[in-house]
Design a protein around this ligand. Sequence first.
Ligand code: AHG
Ligand code: MN
Ligand code: MN
Length: 341
Amino acid sequence: MSLKTLGQFIIEKQADFPYAKGELSRLLRDIGIAAKVVNRAVNKAGLADMLGENGSANIQGEVQQKLDVFADEQFIEALSRGGECCYIASEEHEDGIDLSTLVTSKYGQYIVCVDPLDGSSNIDLNVSVGTIFSIYRRKKESGVIESQEVLQYGREQVAAGYVIYGSSTMLVYTTGKGVNGFTLDPSIGEFCLSHPDMRIPKQGKTYSVNEGNYRKFPQYIKDYIKYCQEEDASTSRPYTSRYIGSMVADIHRTLIIGGVFLYPESSAYPQGKLRLLYECNPMAFIIEQAGGRAISNTCRVLDIRPTHLHQRVPIVIGSADMVGKVEKYLEKVDILTATES
Ligand code: AHG
Ligand code: MN
Ligand code: MN
């Protein structure tokens, strides 16, 4: 495959993008630049005093790692400087960051929701971590950003993607015309097209859930996990269990070989743990664009009405047939509940 950089690819595909041509290119370029800086820090975290806790907590009361804060700073810096982004909703900030008052960004048309570093608990363990981003176009031409411009449905995203800082560093994104993956070539410092038109298999052999929470799951999830573990050669079960604990890494594996990832509601997290705006919506957009599905109880993730920046939702995402199977277990509950009431 001849070398095609992310920049060349975006310019080639600009015709697919319904808005002013250069804007998205610059926005994705800015994200790519921040990703390269974060990648450099992740790769040498152990040498640059970047491991461990930052001694503070984020809005959700979760201990911030040094790399969480560093990554957040890099994406905010790159997006503020680029001029295309007028507002950032970041996992690391309780309130959004309104850039529309900056001279450089006051005509910016894009709102970016970002999880600067996903899988923080794995940083010191040298396990893959990532960045997840979701891009909306603002509703008004200019002026103060209003909450209804930020809290848009996932189906209104104009682009979404993730970076996985793993054995190789990849950037995977969609603008609604399929999913493409780019691998960072450190020798030239460019993301190069390595996975054109990514498609998720309709069926896989892997289920991915934190089984340590088994006791806290609703019965239908327990029943589905037992189904995955039953012998049945005709459905290649028992399935393999794989759980990395970084959403980006678990979803990337699911996209490549198929499978299903579940972070359900539980007695510990009644609304689920993962955040709608900067984890579930972008991943749902990507997986749907690759031919998979993403649901949250009986609702399509992209159809959930957002109510606040750090809203958590349960999620089941991956191969269409496997998500459909989980849905069947959920429907049984609904039928049972309906007949009991
Ligand atoms: P973050 O590091 O951005 O807070 O995200 C961590 C998330 C997600 O990456 C992963 O799927 C999930 O936490 C793992 O949670 P458990 O450790 O509870 O399984
Ligand atoms: Mn995360
Ligand atoms: Mn994070």
